[in-house]
Ligand binder design. Structure first.
Ligand SMILES: [Zn+2]
Length: 262
């Protein structure tokens, strides 16, 4: 039972029985409403996933939400700045180590990788390796709530981009693995790094997978019609998309060309 909370006014305060979302004030075309910080626990020990950007008001608000409970570990879904920028400052505020796949983003001795299990007051969080959006992307499975924290691998709205440090072939494999896992364990919610909670994990993942296949077909098609540069392809394939998103689209096209030509 996930105890899903989906407020109509956005992701702040949404989540499941043991995961509480706090929205950072960094909205943009790339970050949607802003970064979601997730506070997880059911007793005196807490985990915090993605402190968000280095924004003192947000970090103080997350710390205040703990009401004196102890943070045992700060975890990063990946190292992108909008998720990790405030990790150092937050670690200082709550006196906890930062664990991430990328050693460059850790504070303390411990890393984080596929198969690791973190436990607070008997509540488990399982690490799932999902490279693709970035090379260091992880998802976290909260079995008690049947909820998967997806970072930027699956967003609450729209679709994610493959960052320059990501890889589309890895990403497609990660989506397939996530879908298989979600089906196998009966996932009831995805808790994304941006945007609202998704109450239909299989539907959301199927949508993502179909979208990727469709975009690849469109890019093949655009090339067939003579488009050569990423910019020319964006003009054709993303014609119906707001121009403010074209730089992100171009990044995505570059990743797809690398995949098609790889
Ligand atoms: Zn990211």
């Amino acid at each position: 039972m996930s105890g899903l909370r989906i407020p109509l006014d956005g992701p702040d305060g949404s989540g499941t029985t043991h995961a509480f979302g706090l929205l950072a004030p960094n909205p943009s075309p790339m970050t949607l409403d802003g970064t979601n910080t997730w506070v997880i626990g059911r007793g005196e020990e807490m985990l915090v996933v993605d402190p968000g950007p280095d924004d003192e008001s947000h970090l103080q608000r997350v710390a205040a939400h703990l009401h004196g409970r102890r943070v045992t570990t700060i975890l990063l879904t990946h190292g992108h700045h909008d998720h990790s920028g405030g990790a150092g400052r937050f670690a200082e505020l709550v006196g906890a180590p930062v664990r991430a796949l990328d050693p460059g983003h850790r504070l303390g001795d411990e890393g984080l990788a596929e198969g690791d299990v973190l436990t607070v007051d008997g509540l488990e969080l399982h690490v799932v390796g999902t490279p693709g959006h970035s090379f260091d992307s992880l998802c976290f499975w909260l079995p008690e709530d049947r909820a998967m924290l997806t970072g930027d691998t699956v967003l609450g709205r729209g679709t994610t981009v493959i960052a320059p440090d990501g890889d589309l072939a890895d990403y497609l494999r990660s989506l397939d693995r996530l879908r298989a896992r979600a089906e196998q364990v009966g996932a009831e919610a995805l808790l994304p790094g941006h945007g609202p909670v998704l109450p239909d994990p299989i539907g959301a993942l199927d949508g993502y997978i179909a979208h990727r296949r469709r975009r690849l077909d469109q890019i093949r098609d655009a090339r067939g019609r003579g488009a050569k540069t990423p910019g020319q392809i964006v003009e054709i394939v993303y014609a119906d998309v707001d121009r403010s998103l074209w730089p992100a689209a171009e990044m995505s096209v570059r990743a797809q060309l690398a995949y098609l030509d790889g």
